[in-house]
Design a protein around this ligand. Structure first.
Ligand code: FES
Length: 156
């Protein structure tokens, strides 16, 4: 379902300047479509009186916006300090070695993707991750691979 224009306009009206609603509209669109589509970029730019390039520049800065359709299974690994010290990079390297899919990539069949994120505020469970948006940790190499291969119990 594409961005709901009535909801989007209501969001814009809450801000003193239309362009201040940019992140909110992109998030609404991603919630509706699962990712930020090229059509969304055009629609949001038009709503806010911006150019598509303005919107693209913001999108390229924030890693929480997806630019491609989401995979069926999504692993987002934190690699901020606590998680890095507890082996997040080694897990990512292991996943790449075993599957050929590295951070920021999706498996060729679209079955899973691997992303890196900044601190999830779950440092006490480092290395932490989001597994299909659900917080988990501590993550280990075997657990990461099992989940990506659909053997780790997909969330309901
Ligand atoms: S550093 Fe990874 S959750 Fe905080």
């Amino acid at each position: 379902m594409p961005l709901d224009l009535e909801t989007a306009r209501a969001a814009v009206a809450r801000y003193p300047s239309p362009r201040s609603a940019l992140l909110t509209l992109l998030w609404q669109a991603q919630e509706a479509d699962g990712w930020v589509t090229p059509q969304t970029v055009e629609t949001v730019a038009e709503l806010l009186g911006l150019t598509a390039s303005d919107v693209e520049s913001v999108l390229s800065f924030y890693s929480m916006y997806r630019r491609t359709p989401p995979a069926t299974r999504r692993l987002q690994v934190c690699r901020s300090l606590a998680c890095a010290m507890k082996g997040a990079e080694e897990i990512l390297e292991h996943v790449r070695a075993e599957t050929g899919v590295g951070p920021g990539e999706t498996a060729p069949d679209g079955s899973f993707s691997v992303e890196v994120v900044e601190c999830l505020a779950a440092c006490d469970h480092a290395p932490s991750c989001l597994w299909n948006e659900r917080m988990e940790g501590p993550l280990d190499k075997q657990g990461a691979l099992a989940r990506l291969r659909g053997q780790g119990g997909d969330p309901a």
